[in-house]
Design a protein around this ligand. Structure first.
Ligand code: HEM
Length: 393
């Protein structure tokens, strides 16, 4: 191992490690694009965009079993469809496709806009009552995806207040407090167990995710109860905090850059381009794991059968061979082939929905909040508080 690769041999992509992760990426990309980290039982990381795309296209070498999550997500069960390899993966994924077509997502647009408008008004009202400051993460970035996805999924509104804590425990506490994550994972499974049984007893005739899962068949057979639970568990964890992080990170950046904020307020048609740039540089999913199924080599480094491999999407998104000035956030960047949603057979199924929520969310926020500023010191990552000074008309 080279001297430089030792500089990142404690490479981590969770929690506090995210504070300075972009410095790690610069070292990895310039000195050791494939290297080893001792974290989480040890893994080989892959940092360059072209190598990540190639691994994504090669599921015979890079398997998603036993889990794409490292460490795993408060359950030992393979999550459908994300932890399933070919050939079984395609049939599992196909069941969800109709829910996420551009046409189906377009139907959600008016609901996304009216919820975003209401939440932005709540931010303004909260600031009015609190010396001009408001937590835009708690009041805007987190609730918008919860409302939008819960409607699509069919989760009853009275349950929504339970969700943030489950997400926090399962996703954000799993590295330091695995017992908390596991206990919350059990509670979430119990919740879906109850909901699936209730909906089955009612006949399953709603046009939503729960009933889609109840009514679907695979190779002519009904899904098992465990398969139904697995779909619900994965979509809950994939659909809420990712988009919340994306919205929060976009507001974090704009709060520090009043010129960019005004540019987008004056030219809302540029918001979709800015969203792609925020996804590239401040992506909610910085990395995901695979397992190597046969000895192979990337960038001259051997990877042995059985090794865990981490595809570092966040590093690939800052690869200077692909992006000019890769560490600069340019809200009008045109050519933006980023990896925020992955890039192979597991490419994010919710990308159309996430993009709509991010674009419409920012449009409505910028329309209703005349200016917003950072207090300083807030971290760019995660879904924690983001308390900003909110201007008045
Ligand atoms: C900004 C928000 C989001 C980001 C950055 C994101 C990112 C990702 C990434 C990186 C993957 C793995 C891709 C791969 O390894 O090739 C993934 C998979 C997936 N995502 Fe998302 N996601 C987001 C939002 C959503 C939403 C809103 C949903 C659903 C409501 C969703 C559902 C899924 C599903 C079902 C998979 C697994 C697909 C498969 O295995 O075939 N995601 N996502």
């Amino acid at each position: 191992m080279s001297q430089k690769s030792e500089a990142v041999n404690d490479f981590d992509f969770h929690g506090k490690a995210l504070d300075n992760i972009f410095d790690d990426y610069e070292v990895m990309l310039s000195k050791c694009p494939v290297g080893h980290s001792d974290k989480y039982g040890g893994f080989t990381y892959v940092a360059k965009s072209e190598d990540i795309f190639a691994a994504e296209q090669d599921p015979d070498t890079f398997s998603v079993a036993p889990s794409m999550m490292l460490p795993s997500f408060g359950t030992d069960d393979a999550l459908i469809p994300i932890d399933i390899d070919p050939p079984a993966h395609a049939a599992y994924r196909k069941i969800l496709l109709p829910l996420f077509t551009p046409m189906n997502i377009a139907k959600l647009e008016p609901g996304i806009a009216s919820s975003a408008k209401q939440l932005a008004e709540d931010v303004a009202a909260a600031a009015e009552q609190n010396n001009g400051v408001a937590d835009v993460s708690k009041l805007f970035a987190r609730p918008l995806p919860t409302i939008v996805f819960s409607r699509l999924a069919g989760y009853p509104e009275e349950d929504w207040p339970l969700f943030d804590q489950w997400v926090d425990d399962i996703i954000y506490r799993r590295t330091k407090e695995p017992d908390v994550a596991w206990a919350a994972g059990d509670k979430l499974m119990e919740y879906f167990d109850g909901m699936i049984k209730k909906r089955e007893a009612e006949g399953g005739d709603h046009d939503d995710l729960i009933d889609k899962v109840i009514n679907s068949r695979i190779d002519g057979r009904e899904l098992t109860h465990k398969e139904k639970l697995s779909y619900c568990f994965l979509l809950f964890l994939a659909g809420l905090d990712t988009t919340a992080w994306g919205l929060r990170a976009s507001l974090w950046y704009l709060a520090q850059n009043p010129k960019a904020q005004q540019q987008l307020r004056d030219n809302p048609d540029q918001i979709p381009m800015a969203v792609e740039e925020f996804l590239r540089t401040l992506s909610p999913v910085q990395a995901m794991a695979r397992t190597c199924l046969k000895d192979t080599e990337i960038q001259g480094q051997e990877i042995k059968e059985g090794e865990r491999v981490v595809l570092v999407f966040g590093a690939g998104n800052r690869d200077p061979e692909i992006f000019e000035d890769p560490n600069e956030i340019k809200i009008d960047r045109e050519d933006n082939r980023h990896l925020a949603f992955g890039g192979g057979i597991h490419r994010c199924l919710g990308s159309n929905l996430a993009r709509k929520e991010l674009v419409i969310g920012l449009e409505e926020f910028l329309k209703r909040i005349p200016s917003f500023e950072t207090g300083g010191g807030e971290v760019w990552h995660g879904v924690g508080p983001l308390t900003l000074r909110i201007g008045k008309e």
